[in-house]
Design a protein around this ligand. Structure first.
Ligand SMILES: Nc1nc2c(c(=O)[nH]1)N[C@H]1C(S)=C(S)[C@@H](COP(=O)(O)OP(=O)(O)OC[C@H]3O[C@@H](n4cnc5c(=O)[nH]c(N)nc54)[C@H](O)[C@@H]3O)O[C@H]1N2
Ligand SMILES: Nc1nc2c(c(=O)[nH]1)N[C@H]1C(S)=C(S)[C@@H](COP(=O)(O)OP(=O)(O)OC[C@H]3O[C@@H](n4cnc5c(=O)[nH]c(N)nc54)[C@H](O)[C@@H]3O)O[C@H]1N2
Ligand code: SF4
Ligand SMILES: [Mo]
Length: 720
């Protein structure tokens, strides 16, 4: 345990959120003395947020699990890893033998992506299951972005990123990076970067139903009615073409479909959509003109526009807007990263025929081998061939994070068998029969495969483990390779081969994969990039700003960008045909407000609330409403209100706030720790309520099946 003794300084990347800030952690005999920003990290330059210290709290947390748990008639019992692996593999095999492979489902949560071993070795295990019932947090998050990239650029991970450090005009739709620290845009210290746009004479515009912390930094904030962004973008594109501002720049030689775009935006003048969006037509016109005049302009949209009814169309039109204004693949526009560990080649581009098969019960489309998680509860509760009877969750808390969480909560109770690979006994894992707790972020080595690929500057960094795990603990590599071997079907020889592979991989660790990928990667020659070199440069290595790379980097067969994929255009044609019963009409059924989400600087989805430092002080789980909406209901700040939707009701204190648009109510997600049977002593004292009791598993992005967590029609009344 050489990394536990004496005073030591460790340099690693924080793995809590997408900003991957460099941390400097000082330890003394296995105790953390301090966690600070690493000033020498070339990407984050010393930035950290208030959450970084939560790593220490999670590491020390007495509630965190370190050995497997089994549910028994007398409560949870600690069991050995061998017992746990035996039980998990036997139960899964028996269920698959009796009911077919699809009877076992998998749900992968967000921290999976922040964990190298889970990303690399998890799939080894999941493949052995041969089940089509795969789900993940992707479908409550960035599924639209991935689908758009697949359809337009040929690879679901070739995501255009705003060139934030050089842009001279930046429009943000439905994101609050000052609080979230940026998403699908790794840009640590994003507040500084946004301020710098204005300092160099550029402009920042935020389009959001709430005047957010990011809007407070902007030159201009436009309130927009939730879910109506697609109309705003159609109007913006209409102005581009009607004023002859369209230009593809150097992309003209490899971009197809400009004439289609021109024809489908023709009827959407800013004046004709103003009643839907609530945005002044003149503001739309000047926004577009200024954007087109800027040398290097970028338009970006995130959770507020992805997790809504028109998520895919909105993300598509944002990308189209960037392209037809000549801002794709140029400095200051939106560009593509060139990561040192090339995931685009490691990962398949994505199922070519999006939606070439559909979920059993609700016919929701499959994407990259996954169904939307909104389909999961129904797959568990609906009897018949292919019914889900067992579930594996990895680093996910879908009871708190997916729509109609209460229905899923009940459905999980009906499973024959459930296993959670998770470090906590929480709202979701309490339904498990077995919990397998891997090591936490400070106890494992890391290379950020996913977020280096989404970074606005190219770079590479290796994070060694800060602490050696205890003997009783297991790494993700050990857990996944063990389960993969045990689930492997076939004769004695293939099983022996499997055993050999498991033992070899466990001996090797994950370093060799990083090393191999770096040596095969684009900086192998230019920078002699190897794992050894990264270890010699513990703060990380800067590989420069994003560079133009098209058409070479396109994955479409004919190396062209598809501006107008047929499926998207067809969906656009449906836009006009909204019926009164449609969820898009919030006033229908007395649901006269629209629910949106909100993040807090000290939260990380559902799972940092067991750190006292993250929950102390003001109450965070409150609803924000506009003074008009408060007055009409006789509500005052601090009052308890009942909020109801088609699927559920919650009670929550309200706060009156003029920064929110009339007709809109904002409630953060990730709360609701008052349930029985969890082991989260601090979080239980600061329970809050689960807003995903209100979000509707039948209110989805019509194209992708991504959950529409924003814009949900709700009613609000005072609780006497
Ligand atoms: N209403 C509403 N709902 C939302 C959102 C919203 O904006 N509004 N946002 C959505 C988004 S963007 C996302 S990404 C999802 C997140 O959805 P999920 O990923 O399902 O939920 P998390 O809260 O991130 O839960 C993470 C789980 O991983 C566990 N965990 C933490 N670290 C580790 C680890 O190192 N190993 C393992 N094995 N487990 C670990 C935690 O204990 C917790 O159980 O929520 C979505 N839900
Ligand atoms: N502190 C903190 N940071 C986090 C997380 C966290 O839970 N806490 N979660 C992490 C995760 S998993 C993710 S994916 C990212 C998400 O990162 P962001 O996308 O920046 O997420 P939010 O802060 O929720 O910002 C979404 C914004 O969309 C607005 N909005 C809602 N509906 C609409 C709409 O219809 N149209 C428009 N234009 N705007 C709308 C909301 O008012 C809100 O300001 O954050 C990450 N960072
Ligand atoms: S911004 Fe994200 S990566 Fe940076 S310190 Fe905070 S949680 Fe960690
Ligand atoms: Mo997310």
């Amino acid at each position: 345990m050489q990394n536990m003794t004496g005073k030591r300084t460790h340099h690693i990347a924080c793995n809590l959120c997408e900003a991957i800030c460099g941390l400097e952690i000082k330890t003394d005999n296995g105790e953390i003395q301090s966690i600070r920003g690493d000033k020498q990290d070339p990407l984050s330059k010393g930035h950290i947020c208030p959450k970084a210290v939560a790593l220490q709290d999670i590491y020390k947390d007495p509630d965190r699990l370190r050995t497997p748990l089994k549910k028994t008639a007398d409560g949870w019992r600690e069991i050995t890893w061998t017992e746990a692996f035996d039980e998990v593999s036997n139960r899964l095999k028996n269920i698959q033998r009796a009911h077919g492979n699809n009877a076992v489902a998998v749900y992968l949560g967000n921290p999976t992506v922040h964990n190298l071993e889970a990303l690399i070795y998890g799939p080894m295990f999941f493949r052995t299951l041969k089940t089509r019932n795969r789900y993940s947090a992707t479908s409550v998050d960035q599924l639209p972005e991935q689908l758009v990239s697949l359809m337009m650029f040929g690879h679901s991970l070739l995501i255009p990123l705003p060139d934030l450090d050089r842009t001279r005009f930046h429009i943000i739709f439905g994101a609050n990076p000052v609080v979230s620290n940026g998403s699908m845009m790794t840009a640590p210290g994003v507040t500084r970067r946004l301020k710098a746009i204005r300092q160099r004479g550029g402009k920042l515009v935020v389009i959001d139903p709430r005047r957010t912390e990011t809007a407070a930094l902007a030159d201009q904030h436009l309130f927009i009615r939730p879910g109506s962004d697609v109309y705003m973008l159609l109007a913006m594109l209409n102005v581009v073409f009607s004023e002859g501002l369209q230009t593809l720049g150097s992309a003209s030689e490899f971009t197809a479909g400009l004439e289609h775009v021109e024809s489908f935006v023709k009827d959407f003048q800013p004046e004709s959509v103003a009643s839907k969006t609530g945005i002044d037509p003149q503001a739309v016109r000047s926004l577009v003109r200024e954007f087109c005049q800027a040398e290097g302009a970028s338009c970006y949209g995130r959770i507020g526009v992805s997790t809504q009814r028109h998520g895919t169309l909105t993300q598509w039109l944002i990308t189209v807007f960037n392209i037809v204004t000549g801002n794709l693949d140029i400095p200051g526009g939106t560009m593509f990263s060139q990561p040192a560990f090339e995931i685009l080649k490691a990962a398949p581009p994505g199922k070519k025929g999006f939606a070439d098969h559909y979920s059993r019960v609700r016919n929701l489309p499959n994407f990259n081998g996954e169904f939307p998680v909104a389909a999961l509860a129904g797959e568990i509760t609906t009897t018949g061939e292919g019914q889900v009877r067992a579930l594996i969750t990895n680093a996910g808390n879908p009871v708190l994070s997916t729509p109609n969480g209460q229905r899923l909560d009940e459905a999980l109770g009906e499973l024959e068998f459930m296993v959670s690979i998770d470090i906590y006994l929480n709202e979701t894992s309490r339904h498990a029969d077995i919990i397998l707790p891997p090591v936490m972020g400070l106890e494992r080595p890391h290379y950020d495969v996913a977020f280096q690929a989404l970074a606005i500057r190219n770079g590479a960094k290796f994070s060694p483990a800060v602490f050696t795990p205890g003997r009783e603990q297991r790494s993700d590599l050990q857990i996944f390779t063990e389960l993969a071997w045990r689930m492997q079907k076939g004769n004695m020889f293939s099983k022996l081969g499997g055993w050999f592979k498991k033992v070899t991989l466990q001996r090797l660790g994950s370093g060799w994969i990083i090393d191999r990928r770096l040596k095969q990667g684009p900086y192998a020659k230019s920078h002699n990039l190897t794992l050894k070199k990264l270890k010699q440069n513990p703060h990380g290595i800067d590989l420069g700003a994003m560079r133009p790379c098209l058409p070479g980097r396109l994955f479409t067969r004919d190396k062209t960008i598809k501006l107008a994929p047929a499926g998207f255009v067809a969906e656009l044609k449906q836009l006009g045909n909204v019926t009164p019963a449609d969820h898009a009409e919030p006033v229908a059924n007395g649901f006269d407000l629209q629910l949106i989400g909100r993040r807090d600087p000290r939260t990380n989805n559902s799972w940092l609330h067991n750190s006292r430092r993250m929950v102390k002080g003001k109450q965070r789980c409150i609803a924000l409403i506009h003074p008009q909406d408060a007055e009409s209901r006789g509500l005052e700040s601090g009052d308890m209100a009942q909020v109801s939707s088609r699927v559920g009701s919650i009670r929550i204190p309200v706060q009156i706030n003029a920064d929110i648009m009339p007709g809109v109510i904002s409630i953060p997600h990730g709360w609701g720790h008052q349930v029985e049977g969890i082991k989260l002593s601090v979080a239980s004292e600061h329970a809050g309520v689960n807003t995903n009791i209100l979000t509707d598993d039948h209110f989805l992005d019509s194209v992708s099946g991504n959950a529409a967590l924003n814009g949900v029609p709700v009613s609000l009344s005072k609780v006497n």
